[in-house]
Each structure stands twice: as structure tokens, then as C-alpha cells.
Design a protein around this ligand. Structure first.
Ligand code: FAQ
Length: 337
């Protein structure tokens, strides 16, 4: 019953979006009227007329965001069986489960734009869809779990808080719950790294080593500099992005430096300096060559991550088939009643 209802609602939303999609908004007067709605801070819903490029940008961004949540379960999942205490294991299990949930809300939000989840997953597993570069780095010691919560979730939440006010309703609403959970994720990570930074000399060294390895990749999560951002300008005009890549990166740096200082860790950047004039931290250059290499599939774990996702998808085929067969039987039964 539950499965049937869910599928029907989703399919209905997707059908409505497909019907709206047929009415292509390329007429200049319609485009102007759409921009006026955005400028007026109106929320765009699935059934509304929208330019194809707006739909395509959102489908790309939301599906990439969903893929990131799902692939993002892998580096931490790697440590569930090795968590040092039962409390840490419970926290980590809950966090990884939350990430699966975020992926599902996000696929559902993206589906309202007319592309099915199956298509989006195919684009990740067998096509060229992206997911965040950060999840292509390995988790080699327990302090990495603290660093992911503190830095990776910290960066994610900095980026996602403004997305709660994104112009597309289904994405903005999905972000409200995601942000609440990310806030717990960030705090548990900072607490974990704090315990290690205040522990034995060996634990302190592990915490510092994790910060050294995760700092720069975390800054890359915000995307290229504004001058190299392909979609930034148009996404700002459509109020999908409320702040630019560089603005959000700066916000994250300013908040995180003092958190590191408070627990006696050193940010691995000899050029990091408080700028009295701008009242922000200045940083050294980001290695964009590394960033683009990871984006293109040549990071330390790109291959391993995709192989793990493909394997999980293929081994899970029977679950999808069973759920679909059950849903079909239920609707046949309901139709016969
Ligand atoms: N990785 O023109 P822009 C999380 C690509 S969730 C890979 O500036 P845009 C939770 C970009 O797609 C983390 N590719 O792009 C968690 C574009 O290529 P395309 C994910 C990147 O979209 C925590 C090209 O570069 N969060 O961590 C990256 O305007 C712990 C040019 O870039 C989101 O997805 C990158 N880092 O701005 C889970 C948030 N950056 O598509 C588990 C939503 C850029 O044309 C454990 N997304 N690219 O082929 C966004 O806010 C935006 O999409 C940006 C990029 C800011 C990421």
C-alpha cells in the first residue's frame, strides 16, 4: 500500500513536470515574465512554466548533489566497523544513514523536473554525471572521520543554508531538513576532532594530519573561482545560487580558522593571514590543477568509488524488481476492488 502510494505520487509529479516541459518557454515575453517572478522572489513549483535552461541547470545541480550524498556514504562507511567505541559507532551509523536519506530527498526533488531517478543514477554510473570532488579522497585513519564531519559537513552546510532560499520550491524545501541534519553532522565531527586534538601526542598528530589532508580539498568543494565558474552568473540571476562560490568559500574559511585555533590545530597554509582592511582571512593559492584532475576522474579514489556504486546497484537489482512487482500487484488488487 505504502509503496504503491509513493510510486503513484512520484510518477504523478513527474508526469505533470513532463506535461509542463512540453510548453517550452522560449518566447521572449514568457522569459521576461519568468524573470520578473524570480526578481519578485516568487517560488517556482514543478507545474509552473520555466525556461528549459532553468530546468536543465536545476536537474544538473540537484542530481549532482544527490549523487554526492550517496557516494559520500562510502568514505565514512569504511569506518563503521572500526569505530573505537559503541557511542562513536552509533553516531557514525546515524550520520551515514542520514546521507542516504538526503540523497533520496534530492533525487525526489530532481524528479519533479521531469527526469526519472533511474535515468539520473544511470548518468552517474554509466555516463558523465559528476559528484563532489571531496569524496574521491581516502579515509586512512579515524581522525579523518572527525575531519569529514568538521570540514566537509561544515563546507556543505555553508553552501546549503542559502539553498533553503533557492527559487525552486522542491529543492529549497528538501534543504530545510538536510541542513538540520548537517548541523548535527558538523558538530559531531568537531567534537570528535576536539577529543583527539586534546588527547595523547599520537592522537594530536593524527588530528593535525587529518586537517592537513582535508583542508584544501574542503575549500575546493565550493567550486572554481567565480571568474572560472561556468554557471555561477546565470544561477545567481535565477536565484538558484544566492551567493557565489568565492563568497561561500570565504565564509567557511573565516568560521573555520578560529575553530582550529580553539583546539590547537594549525591550518596548513603558510600564507593564511587576517586582512584588517577586508576583515577576512587571505589564503594561499588553491591547486586548481588538482581540482580539475579530480573532477575529470583522476583523483585518488574516483575509480574505486564508481566501482563500489556500480556493484551496489547491480547487486541490488533484485530489490528494485521485487518492489516494482509488489507495487504492480497492489495496484492490480486496488483496481479490482
Ligand atoms: N566537485 O559553474 P560552476 C555533502 C563542476 S554534499 C565536482 O561553479 P555550479 C554532504 C560543476 O558541476 C556536497 N564538480 O558550477 C555530505 C561544473 O561542471 P558541469 C555536494 C564540481 O553548479 C557530507 C563546473 O565544475 N554539494 O558534502 C565541483 O554553479 C559528508 C563549473 O562549476 C552540492 O552539490 C566540485 N566540488 O557550482 C555527504 C551542493 N565544483 O556540471 C556525505 C549543491 C564545481 O557544468 C558526507 N551544488 N564543479 O559539468 C552547488 O551549490 C553547486 O553545484 C556548486 C558548483 C557550488 C558545487
Amino acid at each position: 500500500m505504502y509503496t504503491t502510494d509513493l510510486r503513484t505520487a512520484r510518477e504523478k509529479a513527474s508526469d505533470e513536470a513532463k506535461a509542463a516541459k512540453k510548453k517550452v518557454v522560449d518566447d521572449p515575453a514568457l522569459l521576461k515574465a519568468f524573470q520578473a517572478r524570480i526578481d519578485n522572489d516568487e517560488v517556482i513549483e514543478a507545474k509552473d512554466l520555466m525556461p528549459e535552461a532553468y530546468r536543465a541547470t536545476l536537474t544538473r545541480q540537484i542530481s549532482q548533489h544527490a549523487h554526492s550524498e550517496i557516494v559520500g556514504m562510502l568514505p565514512e562507511g569504511n569506518w563503521i566497523g572500526r569505530a573505537p567505541t559503541l557511542r562513536r559507532k552509533l553516531i557514525l551509523l546515524a550520520k551515514v544513514q542520514d546521507e542516504a536519506g538526503h540523497g533520496l530527498y534530492l533525487y525526489s526533488a530532481a524528479e519533479t523536473l521531469g527526469t526519472s531517478r533511474a535515468e539520473m543514477v544511470d548518468q552517474l554510473l554509466y555516463g558523465s554525471a559528476k559528484y563532489s570532488t571531496i569524496f574521491n579522497y581516502p579515509t586512512i585513519n579515524w581522525a579523518d572521520i572527525g575531519a569529514i564531519g568538521w570540514l566537509v559537513d561544515g563546507a556543505a552546510i555553508t553552501n546549503q543554508i542559502p539553498l533553503q532560499r533557492c527559487s525552486y520550491g522542491p529543492y529549497a524545501r528538501a534543504m530545510v531538513r538536510v541542513c538540520k541534519e548537517e548541523s548535527f553532522h558538523q558538530r559531531q565531527g568537531y567534537e570528535l576532532i576536539t577529543v583527539m586534538a586534546r588527547g595523547s601526542a599520537e592522537q594530536q598528530a593524527m588530528a593535525q594530519d587529518a586537517l592537513d589532508r582535508w583542508w584544501w580539498p574542503s575549500l575546493m568543494m565550493f567550486g572554481p573561482h567565480d571568474s572560472d565558474s561556468i554557471h555561477g552568473h546565470q544561477s545567481a540571476k535565477w536565484k538558484i545560487k544566492r551567493f557565489s562560490n568565492d563568497e561561500l568559500r570565504q565564509r567557511f574559511i573565516d568560521a573555520t580558522v578560529s575553530q582550529a585555533e580553539a583546539i590547537g590545530l594549525r591550518i596548513p597554509d603558510p600564507e593564511l593571514k587576517w586582512n584588517e582592511k577586508t576583515e577576512h582571512y587571505d589564503i594561499g593559492p588553491i591547486d586548481w590543477e588538482e581540482f580539475w584532475a579530480v573532477v575529470k576522474g583522476f583523483g585518488p579514489c574516483n575509480r574505486e568509488r564508481l566501482e563500489a556504486r556500480r556493484r551496489a546497484h547491480e547487486e541490488g537489482a533484485w530489490v528494485r524488481e521485487a518492489a516494482a512487482a509488489y507495487a504492480r500487484k497492489q495496484s492490480e488488487r486496488q483496481a479490482a476492488e
